[in-house]
Write a protein that binds this ligand. Structure first.
Ligand SMILES: *Cc1c(COP(=O)(O)O)cnc(C)c1O
Length: 437
């Protein structure tokens, strides 16, 4: 599969180049140029296929010529010691649990694959440095996935004001590891801007092989299609009516990955783009002009986004077939109160604890499943994107239950010191990176 920029007709690039230089010079984003039809592969897989098996079978077909089946098995095994889990709740609803990874959010799936596939692509062939910005647990996810990966260094930028959590100092570069946490006197947006500036400083970026590991890297996005396919092979046997996925959407990475899975040939009838009060993007989905609004802070913070970073990709996707898209993606906006009552209902009805992001998507799933268009003949798979233990106060408030923190998440709250504290300037960042070597 080759990739093109959303902005121009520059020559197509390989997956490797799209991963290792993840921002096209023209300011666009990389999207798949031509999509292979994968139907024969996942139609013959069944519920007995494990997640690493599915990845090892699908990835070499998608990345033909770049990842052979042996390499793909190695990547799948080394990335995934955790799996998604499909929990059927009743005839109409399932949850696709994506929070079993090391930091308890679905983002672990994309990051783990990116780290493993980069190591494989770089074998005997150069080195790379990934830059990422973190304000929550993304830094910890990056540090765990990239620790001890051969020929790769991971630089994680943290805005000042927030703690650096879940990192182990023995993994840092001065202690012989390959992780470099840097605190920036500035905001999260300053960190993002510094990453873009460093990538655009071509001599410096080429010296260190710099790329970004944030969600716009195609190496993080592509593996997000795998868990949709996994859900499909688990569910296809008992599916009677239409199949819909309900996706809690902030930067719309998960939603666009679902749309790619559909393009690969996954039989699905639609997607719900479940948003909270920050729902301006719903206008775009309904064919109107998207005008970003100022941010509203809600009880589902990962969905508090005013301009989705995948905007370009969605526009590119819709341009191909606007009418089809309008019948494929249903926007929904769920209030704070409806989010809390959804958490309560999921517990009361199914004895399942959920986090607020999952609850937003579940509330939207109920709205759609019981709407007159479907009248009960639909199965909605809600993506459970976050572990309930990460926002325990909401869980306790709505269900009266205390959430046990799984052992593997326990270290996430431990604080660490950065190895440098810098002003929000490109030369300061480049100086801090250079001084590590
Ligand atoms: C990041 C995140 C989301 C939003 O996903 P996007 O791909 O940005 O739309 C939803 N839920 C949780 C728990 C998250 O961490």
């Amino acid at each position: 599969m080759q990739f093109r920029s959303t902005q121009s007709h520059d020559p197509l690039v390989s997956f490797k180049d799209a991963v290792l230089r993840c921002l096209p010079q023209d300011g666009g984003l990389y999207v798949p140029a031509a999509v292979p039809d994968m139907r024969q592969f996942f139609l013959y897989m069944d519920a007995g296929t494990s997640y690493p098996e599915l990845v090892a079978a699908i990835a070499p077909v998608l990345l033909q010529g770049e990842l052979n089946p042996f390499s793909a098995s190695r990547v799948a095994e080394s990335a995934f010691d955790f799996e998604p889990e499909l929990k059927q709740l009743d005839e109409n609803f399932s949850l696709l649990t994506l929070y079993n990874g090391p930091t308890g959010v679905f983002k672990d799936f994309g990051i783990a694959f990116l780290a493993a596939v980069m190591e494989e692509l770089l074998k005997n062939n150069g080195r790379a440095m990934i830059l990422s910005a973190s304000r929550g647990d993304t830094g910890a996810s990056i540090a765990r996935a990239f620790y001890q990966r051969q020929n790769i260094t991971a630089v994680i930028l943290y805005p000042s004001g927030g703690p650096i959590r879940g990192l182990k100092p023995e993994t840092f570069v001065p202690q012989g590891g390959n992780i470099i946490p840097i605190q920036v006197r500035g905001t999260f947006d300053d960190c993002q801007r510094l990453i873009a500036e460093t990538i655009m400083d071509v001599p410096f970026a080429e010296r260190y092989g710099i790329t970004s590991a944030n969600a716009i890297n195609p190496g993080r996005l592509l593996p997000q299609t795998f868990y949709y396919l996994y859900a499909f092979i688990k569910i296809k046997k008992y599916l009677k009516g239409d199949l819909i996925f309900s996706v809690p959407s902030g930067n719309f990475g998960n939603l666009i990955a679902g749309l790619y899975a559909w393009k690969f040939g996954m039989p699905v009838n639609g997607f719900i783009a479940a948003m909270n009060a920050n729902n301006a993007f719903g206008d775009f989905i309904q064919g109107k002009t998207f005008i970003p609004r100022s941010l509203v802070y809600t009880n589902s913070p990962a969905l508090d986004v005013s301009r989705p970073s995948n905007y370009e990709r969605l526009v590119a996707f819709y341009q191909e077939a606007p009418a089809v898209m309008r019948n494929m993606v249903y926007p929904a906006a769920i209030s704070n109160e409806a989010t809390l009552s959804s958490m309560e209902r999921i517990w009361k009805r199914y004895r399942v604890l959920s986090d607020p992001h999952t609850a937003v998507a579940f509330a939207a799933a109920e709205q759609l499943a019981f709407s007159k268009n479907f009248g009960g003949h639909v199965h909605v798979v809600t993506l459970a994107t976050g572990h309930p233990a990460k926002l325990p106060n909401f869980v306790e408030k709505t269900t009266g239950q205390r959430v046990d923190v799984p052992e593997k998440l326990a270290g996430l709250w431990e604080k660490a010191d950065p190895i440098a504290l810098i002003g929000p300037h490109l030369d300061a960042l480049e100086g801090a990176i250079a001084s590590c070597f």
